[in-house]
Design a protein around this ligand. Sequence first.
Ligand code: SF4
Length: 468
Amino acid sequence: MSMRFTDRPREECGVFGVFGHEDAVRLTYFGLYALQHRGQESAGIVSSTGKSMYEHKGMGLVPEIFDESVLNELYGHIAIGHVRYSTTGSSIIRNAQPFSASHAGKTLAIAHNGNLINAKEVRRDLEKKGSLFQTTMDSEIIVHLLARNADRGIEEAMVATVSTIEGAYSCVLMTEDSLIAFRDPNGFRPLCLGRLDEAYIVASETCALDLIDAVYVREIDPGEILIINDHGLRSIKPLPERKKSFCIFEYIYFARPDSTIFGQNVYGVRKKLGQGLALENPIEADFAMPFPDSGNYAAIGFCQESGIPLEMGIIRNHYVGRTFIEPAQSMRDFGVRVKLNPVKDILDGKRVVIVEDSIIRGTTSKTRIKTVRQAGAREIHMVVSCPPHRYPCFYGIDFSTKGELIASEHSVEEIRAFIGLDSLCYLSLAGMLAATGLDNDHFCLACFNGDYPLLPKADISKSCLEDY
Ligand code: SF4
């Protein structure tokens, strides 16, 4: 029997695409490797020679799914790939992406990051018109819409499709001879364009471009559709412009610190979040520390601004897999200790500030704090580099109900007491926005302030397409 431990928010998905490179498949493999932090449940690659498509998908991590022999069986100069953590649909191989389907002799494959908020209504409508669905993923809806409009040519089919779907989508789509990248008009999730020699690369984050030595060109704009084929690159923006709604939580938690998203380097923003925390919350302490790796960069900023020394009072075991053999009953808090072990000699008798990026359910923080207390810390203060999460996310993050968020029902003082801290402070909304260096009206802040850029009409929980 094995078990999994976490109440951390899960990354949603990562997408990657290549057009015009003889090593398109291998580049996609490495791109997915760099995007592994965005999804660890399943991964897949679909490639095309311009005439035929090849695919391989599996459950698990990228290096567990692909090896030399698998990659050698995927041919073509066009490829798309996906790493997945399910935000709609169960974690089963049938729901792994890219998702491909054939219609009237043409095959399409899609890799999608985000969540459609009108998936239920559109799917019901498509089913009434005769579409047969193979999965419980919202992404399949996009393929069916494209297939229905395929006779009008890919560009018109794309326009009809994006005019029907609502929600968060940063996607790469492949036909036999084209790579298409498109992003929703709010721009919830990141998506960028790069070049490697003559080839075009599309990726969720720039860290994937870096790994394959591609040059970053630009972000794909909210509402933009890029069609890349032998005729070159064509950009269209068929939908009316909307207020931008970049997911600010990408900066706080999801994206890799070495990525540049929404025009800013993530490492730099996280450091500024920590600096903001120090300015807003003067605390007397012997040292500050992160729970590695989540609070690392905010902790650096906090220490630089406050003058409080940085220590690593907890050491992370980097070689822990995602599941474990069930420990003996006597091995209490095993799940926390196996990953993060406190250093007693550093913590004993000290006043400690822990810099954390977020608190979702609070249960993991509670167990971690217990181990720090047991290691002898005299005072434990926690500063969190964003405001309390009070509202669910409908745009692809896995806290889609209020019940999953401790701050939706409890005050900061109640959370402090529950976790077992001497004090607890969150960064203010204004402090968080200031750290991004972008105008306030660029972001979705819904999980913090309940101000939703788009509201779903019906239930859009993870299983909403399984039980309707
Ligand atoms: S609700 Fe929160 S997590 Fe979801 S897209 Fe908006 S900022 Fe990101």
